[in-house]
Design a protein around this ligand. Sequence first.
Ligand code: FPP
Length: 250
Amino acid sequence: MELETREKELLGKIDHRRIPGHVAMIMDGNGRWAQERGLPRSAGHRQGVETVRETVRFCNYLGIKALTLFAFSTENWRRPAREVNYLMSLPGQYLQTELPELVKNNVRVQLLGERNRLPAQVLRAIDEGLSATAGNSGMTLSFALNYGARREITRAVEALIGDLQLKGGKVSVSEDLLASYLYTAGLPDPDLLIRTGGEYRISNFLLWQLAYSELWFTPVYWPDFSRLHLLGAIADFQQRERRYGRISQK
Ligand code: FPP
């Protein structure tokens, strides 16, 4: 990968043994990016896909093991139909062009979210991505689509109760058991959550999984989020002391 001088400099300052294993991202600010340029909101989403392309490539290059992108929430259905339709066309557009490279780079694609309500064309594109990359063992690239964390947890509890009823008798429920019913079963919890667009909230994303994640917020709109910003986030992450309830080791 061709890197610019400033990127190389920042990359040189990063501890490569402590790259976050799982990075999750809330890609906010597409609409404002477009509006500030007098463009329709869809132009912001289109540019957002370019940022997705670059971000996926760079995360893979950095050796990040899992990247999870919040592409469409259960609440995003409340947007005008035109915008919803446009957003729904993006996973297909992205995978159509990127799938060969994802396959080549050993990336495994995964869907987090409820399949029902997703249009057939989205499911077709995603399923093609899933099956073409199922055997890959490199970075796991998860698209959270029609995803809401409260819904995810509610579904998990529902499925768990169903399974427990089948077993009968008294059974204890551990955190690991419940986590195995979440969409993210098998994925480690995110080490780092990045949110672009200047808002300081979690917006019903990975509520269970973010329990001990480091949070990093930037006012930069998603279409402007660059490799330099990502390196900055990782550098900040490496300055944090993750105590998990313990006292400081410093
Ligand atoms: C939030 O910005 C962004 C979204 C709801 C959609 C995010 C989608 C992408 C970045 C593209 C996804 C790409 C693939 C390949 C699936 P906003 O529209 O709420 O921005 P605003 O807060 O400025 O209005």
